[in-house]
Design a protein around this ligand. Structure first.
Ligand SMILES: Nc1nc2c(ncn2[C@@H]2O[C@H](COP(=O)(O)OP(=O)(O)OP(=O)(O)O)[C@@H](O)[C@H]2O)c(=O)[nH]1
Length: 542
C-alpha cells in the first residue's frame, strides 16, 4: 500500500476510535432516557422524541464505522418508536416494553467494530496524474518516428515498441496512461487485448489497422479498444480521441460538498470519497451554504435530511430557488428507509436518495456516476463543441474572477489573446473540415501545455483566450512561445496534401486598478502588433 493509502487507513481508524468513544457516552444516555419510559415517569412521552432522534442517528452512522449490530438494532427500535408515535393509542404496557427493550439495547456493550471490509482495505489514494505517458506498438520504424514526433508536439511522452512482446514487458514494468497499437501481425490484437485483464482499470486502447470492415471493428471493441483508425492515419483525429479518453480517465477531480451536522460521519464519507480522487468539503452549518457553493462550486451535494434548524429538503428547495445552482446534483444521504418519506423529500427538490449506512464503494459509485453526469451536462452547456474549451462568455467570467483575485493577492495574472495566422487560406485551400482539425489541434496542444489552474477559451472562430493566474507576462511569453513553436511543427494533412500553420499571440499582465476588459484590450493590441509585424510571433503589451 502507498504512503497515502496508509495515511488514509490511519485516519479511518482514528475516526472509528472516536466513534467508539462517542458510543460509550451515547449508549448510557440512551439507557437513562429509556429508563424514564419504562418506569413510566410523567416525562416519558416527552423523552420519546429525543430517543427516536438518537436511535435514528445511530441507525445511520454505526454501520459505517463497523458497529453493524448497533446500527441494525437501533433501526429496528427506531421503527418501533415511530410506530408507537404514529399509532398513539397503543397500550401503556407496550410503551413500557419498548422502553425496556431500548434500555436493554443501550446497556449492552457494543461489540468491537467488525473487521475492515474488503472494500475499506481496497481504499487507497490514487496518485495525481503526472505527464501523460503513451506506449506505441508500431512495426514500421518510419511511421513510428512520425507518430512519436507529432504526439510529442502535443505534449505526450511516447515510448515506441516494435513488437507486442516488448510492449507487454514494458507494461508489466510500468503502466502507461494509454496504449496505441498499430496492427501488423495477426496476433497483435490478441496480445494487446491480453494486457487489459491483468489491470485494475483498463487502459485507453486505440487501434490502427488497414481494414475498416465491420468484423475488424467488432474484434477491436471486443479487445477493449476505445478508438479505431485506418491507414493512412489521420494523426489529429487519433490525438483528439486520445485526449477525449484521457480526459474521461483523469480529468479534474469531482467536487463534492457534504452537509451533515454529524461531523464524524461526514468526515468518514469525505475520506472514502477522497480515496477515489474526489475533492470534498464538509459543512456542518447549513447557514453557510451559499458561501460554500460560491467558493467551492461543487458538482454534487450530499445532504443530510434531518438537521437542527433546517431540514435537508428545505435546504434543497432553497438551492433550487437559484438558477445559478441548477447544475448541482443534490443527493440526500439519510437513515430514512421509508420509501414514502424518501419520495416526499425528492418531490420537494433533490435528485436521488442514498440510505445510510452505506458501504464506501457503494457511496463512491453513486457519487461518481452523478458527478460524471453533472459534469457532462455542465460541459455541454459551458464548453465549445468543436474544441471542448470554454465559450466566449465563460472565459470572460474566468478572466474577471482571476483579475479580482490578482488585485487582492498582488500577484499578476496574464491574459493571452491568440489567433491562427491566415486561417482563411487554410479553409480556402484545404476545406472547412481541415480548418476544424487545425482549430482542434491547437486547442489540444494548449490544454496539454497549460497548467490546471489556467483557463482556456475559444473566444471567436480561430481566436483563443488564455487566463494564467499567478503568472507574469514574461513567464507567460515563454510558455506561449513554446506552444507557438510546437504548433508550427505540426504537420496536417488533407486530400493527400501536407501543410503547416502558424499562430500569433498578444499578452498583457494585470496592473493595479485594471479592469478585465482593459487587460483583454491590451492583449488584443499586442496581438494586432504581432500580426502587423509579420505573424508567427508572441508580443507583450506595451
Ligand atoms: N474551419 C473553420 N473556420 C472558421 C471557424 N470559425 C471561423 N472560421 C474562419 O476563420 C477565418 C478567419 O479569417 P480572418 O479573421 O479574416 O483572418 P485570417 O485569415 O485568420 O488571417 P489573420 O488573422 O490576419 O492572420 C474565416 O475565414 C472564418 O470563416 C470554424 O469554426 N471552423
Amino acid at each position: 500500500m502507498t504512503d497515502a493509502g496508509l495515511e488514509l487507513q490511519r485516519q479511518l481508524q482514528a475516526l472509528t476510535d472516536r466513534f467508539a468513544e462517542r458510543l460509550s457516552l451515547e449508549l448510557p444516555e440512551l439507557a437513562r432516557l429509556a429508563g424514564f419510559v419504562h418506569s413510566r415517569e410523567p416525562e416519558a412521552l416527552g423523552y420519546l422524541g429525543e430517543i427516536r432522534e438518537r436511535l435514528h442517528r445511530l441507525a445511520g452512522s454505526a454501520g459505517t464505522f463497523g458497529f453493524s449490530r448497533v446500527g441494525d438494532e437501533a433501526r429496528l427500535l427506531e421503527q418501533r418508536v415511530d410506530a408507537w408515535l404514529e399509532a398513539g393509542q397503543s397500550t401503556e404496557s407496550s410503551l413500557d416494553q419498548l422502553g425496556r427493550d431500548i434500555a436493554h439495547f443501550a446497556e449492552q456493550s457494543p461489540a468491537a467494530p467488525s473487521a475492515r471490509t474488503p472494500e475499506t482495505e481496497r481504499l487507497d489514494s490514487h496518485g495525481e496524474a503526472g505527464g501523460t505517458r503513451i506506449y506505441l506498438l508500431e512495426g514500421d520504424p518510419d511511421a513510428a518516428t512520425g507518430m512519436v514526433q507529432t504526439l510529442g508536439n502535443f505534449g505526450y511522452e511516447v515510448s515506441h515498441f516494435a513488437t507486442a512482446q516488448a510492449l507487454a514487458e514494458a507494461t508489466a514494468r510500468q503502466l502507461p496512461d494509454a496504449l496505441i497499437v498499430s496492427l501488423s501481425q495477426d496476433d497483435d490484437l490478441q496480445q494487446a487485448a491480453a494486457i487489459q485483464p491483468n489491470l485494475q482499470t483498463p487502459l485507453p486502447l486505440l487501434l490502427i489497422n488497414d481494414r475498416d470492415d465491420f468484423d475488424s471493428q467488432l474484434a477491436a471493441v471486443r479487445a477493449g479498444a476505445q478508438g479505431y483508425f485506418t491507414r493512412p492515419l489521420d494523426i489529429t483525429r487519433l490525438e483528439q480521441r486520445l485526449e477525449h479518453c484521457l480526459n474521461q480517465q483523469q480529468g479534474e477531480p469531482f467536487r463534492v460538498l457534504i452537509i451533515d451536522d454529524d461531523l464524524e460521519l461526514a468526515t468518514r464519507y469525505s475520506l472514502a470519497l477522497r480515496s477515489a480522487r474526489m475533492q470534498v468539503e464538509v459543512l456542518g452549518e447549513p447557514g453557510r451554504l451559499f458561501e460554500a457553493l460560491h467558493n467551492f462550486n461543487p458538482e454534487v451535494l450530499l445532504l443530510d435530511v434531518n438537521m437542527p434548524g433546517c431540514s435537508g429538503p428545505e435546504l434543497a428547495q432553497t438551492i433550487r430557488l437559484n438558477d445559478e445552482w441548477l447544475r448541482v446534483t443534490i443527493i440526500y444521504l439519510s437513515a430514512e428507509t421509508d420509501i414514502t418519506r424518501q419520495m416526499a423529500a425528492l418531490v420537494k427538490a433533490g435528485d436521488d436518495f442514498i440510505t445510510k449506512p452505506i458501504s464506501d464503494n457503494a457511496l463512491i459509485s453513486s457519487v461518481f456516476s452523478h458527478a460524471q453526469r453533472a459534469r457532462s451536462l455542465s460541459n455541454a452547456l459551458a464548453r465549445d463543441s468543436l474544441t471542448g474549451l470554454l465559450k466566449h462568455a465563460d472565459i470572460k467570467e474566468h478572466l474577471a474572477v482571476e483579475v479580482q483575485r490578482a488585485q487582492r493577492s498582488g500577484k499578476p495574472t496574464s491574459a493571452v489573446m491568440l489567433d491562427i495566422d491566415h486561417f482563411k487560406k487554410v479553409n480556402d485551400s484545404h476545406g472547412h473540415a481541415a480548418g476544424d482539425n487545425v482549430i482542434r489541434a491547437l486547442a489540444n496542444l494548449m490544454r496539454q501545455r497549460l497548467r490546471r489552474v489556467d483557463s482556456l477559451g475559444r473566444y471567436g472562430g480561430e481566436e483563443f483566450v488564455a487566463v494564467l493566474p499567478n503568472c507574469s507576462a514574461a513567464q507567460a511569453k515563454r510558455v506561449i512561445d513554446e506552444i507557438r513553436e510546437r504548433f508550427a511543427e505540426l504537420i496536417f494533412s488533407a486530400d493527400d496534401q501536407r501543410f503547416n500553420v502558424t499562430l500569433s499571440a498578444g499578452i498583457a499582465e494585470t496592473a493595479e486598478g485594471m479592469r478585465p476588459n482593459d487587460l483583454l484590450e491590451q492583449a488584443d493590441r499586442a496581438l494586432y502588433s504581432a500580426k502587423h509585424n509579420g505573424r508567427n510571433q508572441v508580443r507583450l503589451a506595451e
